[in-house]
Design a protein around this ligand. Sequence first.
Ligand code: PLP
Length: 393
Amino acid sequence: MNEWIDREAKVVAQTYGRYPVVFVEGEGTTLIDDAGKRYTDFLAGIAVCNLGHAHPKVAEAVANQAKILCHVSNLFYTRPQIELAEWLTSHCFADRLFLCNSGAEANEAAIKLARKYFYDKGEARHRILTMGRSFHGRTMATLSATGQDKIKEGFTPLLPGFEHVAFDDLGALEAALDETVCAVLVEPIQGEGGVCVPEAGYLEAVRALCDRFGALLIFDEVQTGMGRTGKLFAHQHTAITPDIMTLAKALGNGLPIGAMLATDKVMAAFSKGAHGSTFGGTPLVTAAALAVVRTFDAEKIVEKGAEMGVYFRSALEALKAKHTLVKDVRGVGLLLGMEIDADGAEVVKKCLARGQVINAVQGNTLRFVPPLIITEAEIDALIVVLDAIFSEI
Ligand SMILES: *Cc1c(COP(=O)(O)O)cnc(C)c1O
């Protein structure tokens, strides 16, 4: 047994079911454990390290900024925060953003903003509709928004005002909508819910329903954002835009940063004193995120990820044709899922033994969310490993 695993068991809250590997280093798509074993990373810290590990541009930005100024509070202006806000708002529908430290915090901010928007208008709307099997975070409000019972168990009373309707079911959404709904919160593709892609036209129809009832549309792009699906933001596969969008995961390539973006009209409800964060948008994390987005531009990361997504998906489809154990292949870009007729965790462990890092969601769906810089050769090597494992089971 690894001594670090024994030590962790004594002093860290046991909230995570961890795989028995202690990682000490990473470079690009490679991770190295404490025995020196090398792995190819098809998880990227759960869709976080989209540029791969230890990216030199991000490392340089963090090191330089750490030597100059890490934090001064939001009582003052800082340059990287403003530059990051300019980059993000010039690449999507939004006019303004609020910076925070995680996906859950970004969704908290979105929920608060939606409620405040109607409060300011003098309208008594507070209901928020979210989707079955959705995932929006672990704080009390985002837990209340999340459409998965197992995550909520033991934490009642939850925050009132949240109702769930089935994902990808327009009839259910229409039936739940009326003039008391302030917002509909939806992931353009469900990540934790099992890599579930809605029918073509669904997001457009959700937009139209929100407009009909005067409700705000919030896209949780915490997992689907930052090039993950082959566009910078997943909703950019469609012609519609939300009123509010949340980001986190890959925005800092591993540094903790979240963002809640909105139109001018809606963000006006976040007037002085309405919301805040000590750490939100510090010079350190925003300098890192700026290096991330500038690297996206310089190295055409989104376009490359989109190409690899097409290649990866067809390789997974070929495996499906070969093994009856594979029930379904889903996903867009490099947010891919493979539903299998077997225990996902077992396959994950077998992959780890063979130097491949993947994970499983909803018990039986293997999820592949590698750095967007993954190569065809690396995908081929994973496919050989999966092929062997599926033949074994
Ligand atoms: C990961 C995730 C979150 C929560 O992000 P944290 O940074 O863990 O709080 C919220 N929404 C979606 C869609 C996610 O994938």
